[in-house]
Design a protein around this ligand. Sequence first.
Ligand code: CMC
Length: 384
Amino acid sequence: MNEEENKDSEINRGLEGVIAAETRVGYVKGDDGKLFYRGYEITTLADQSNYEEVSYLLLYGHLPKRNELEAYSKRLRNESDLPEELFSFIRSVGAKTHPMSALRTALSYLSSFDENESVNDPEDQERIGISLIAKMPTLVGAIHRTYSGKEIIRPDKNLGYASNFFYMATGARPDPVESKIMDTSLIVHADHGMNASTFSALVTVSTMADMYSAITSAIATLKGPLHGGANERALKMIKSMGKPENVEKELKRMTENGERVMGFGHRVYKVYDPRAKILKRYAEYFAERSGNENFKTAEMIEELMINKYGERGIFPNVDFYSGMIYEALGFKPEIFTPIFATGRISGWVARTIEYSRNNRLFRPKAEYVGERGPLKYIPIQDRE
Ligand code: CMC
């Protein structure tokens, strides 16, 4: 069939509703506001599990036995450090570059230290994937430190994944509550159906490119404000509104200008995002502890948005309350999306490996609406 012919098919703008692959990794039940990883509900995992276990579950399809989890955690710890050149690169970038851009380049740079970086057989995908999962907190931690004008902290191999991340990023060892909240934040971001960044990773790997390339594509795609970049902007918006009494006027202005309210709406959820529900609880906990007014302002935004747009299926998504938690934990807003990436990397790796096992090149079509031609070529000196 010719590229310009689309007689039998409608255009699915944004590929809405298109089923492009089979998966056993997880699924989103958008009408019920439920999310499952390998059949386990996100609320159960957020309450009872930890990130290493969830990462193992996504990769291998079952909850690990004790010895399996110990071996996996040990592997993550052993592979968590970075080549010195990476730290030098991150230092050289400092506060000049947005942390998501620094992360995209740093992760891609890691391939230079792997003699077999271009391979894409299942063993190498798993080897590289686990190495990248292990290194992500170290990369993001180091980027946060230099972005904040502070010294880089190397991994402490006695700490678990989430606690180590917190430690490398903030310089403090988390108390049990902080550790649990960090773990939960990473768990709720670990996977989410055929979202844009996951799809990007799959498109890349469908060309038989390697895992470094797939994850670099995913990070680049996550950066945008309609995807992961919304969390940074959501908190900035909440803060810019200031007090709850300013919300109504500001929302009216935004709506009249056709601006999107960051942290609201979702392609799949048409009810409250279950991840937002989980995170809201922790945002409230921090607000009560600090007396910070941002939470009240956020609740007012939520109330007015649901009143106005709830019927159209627009509710808070995962990015609305997460920033308030990260800020309370000591993170700068520009690092919120890299935190999202640190959680999501397990889903990216799991789905990339899964897709490769039954690979087919992604190659959709576009409906051609331009000049059909053939036009007569006019030499440059004769063009008017
Ligand atoms: N604020 C105002 N209007 C909205 C919003 C919003 N946050 N979200 C959707 N709408 C309106 C939109 O203007 C459109 O209205 P109309 O039909 O009158 O033109 C309608 O709802 C449908 O919007 P759409 O862009 O076609 O829907 P979508 O399924 O492509 O959008 C979305 C999903 C996430 C891009 C969108 O809801 C949005 O832009 N949200 C704000 C950014 C955001 O919070 N992103 C994080 C998503 S969740 C985390 C993740 O997976 O990354």
